[in-house]
Design a protein around this ligand. Structure first.
Ligand SMILES: [Zn+2]
Length: 157
């Protein structure tokens, strides 16, 4: 596996049936980690249709980690299902663990949000996960990726 792409589901703080199909790991609002239907290794080959489709043009070799929540959120709007502090901290821990397990370095090309992935491919704003972390309201949208990476680097799983 070459990279980890970080998402929010855009749903409630619990995974739904579709979420299980689309992400390898889900973190619910209580900070519990729930495995999806597919293993990360299923994304080594995305030509057989048996893989977690989490990132347009970026599924091959990518682990998809999603925080459950942010239903209805837009850049100007709000959500009744904000991500929780516990959830964010457990997600950082999980990603740190996955980096170690799969020997993935923590860089902006290898551990990134879906938003950053789309910016990198010249389609900024196509997906807005993750441009806002409710428990950390002072972090601006273009700082979120670095903020997450800094938090991962300081974890020692
Ligand atoms: Zn996404």
């Amino acid at each position: 596996m070459k990279r980890i792409i970080i998402h929010w589901t855009g749903g409630t703080n619990q995974p739904n049936t579709t979420d299980f199909e689309h992400y390898h790991y889900l973190i619910n609002g209580d900070g519990l980690i729930i495995k999806g239907k597919y293993k990360p290794e299923d994304n080594l080959n995305c030509k057989d249709g048996k893989y977690a489709a989490h990132t347009e043009m970026g599924n091959t070799d990518s682990i998809g980690v999603a925080l459950c929540g942010m239903k209805g959120y837009t850049e100007n709007g709000d959500t009744s299902y904000p991500l929780t502090l516990k959830q964010c901290l457990e997600a950082f821990k999980l990603i740190a663990k996955l980096c170690k397990e799969y020997h993935i370095p923590v860089t902006p090309k290898t551990v990134l949000t879906h938003y950053e992935f789309d910016c990198n491919r010249g389609k900024p704003g196509r997906k807005i996960d993750i441009i806002y972390l409710p428990p950390f309201p002072n972090i601006q949208k273009n700082e979120i990726g670095d903020f997450i990476r800094n938090n991962i680097e300081t974890k020692d799983p």
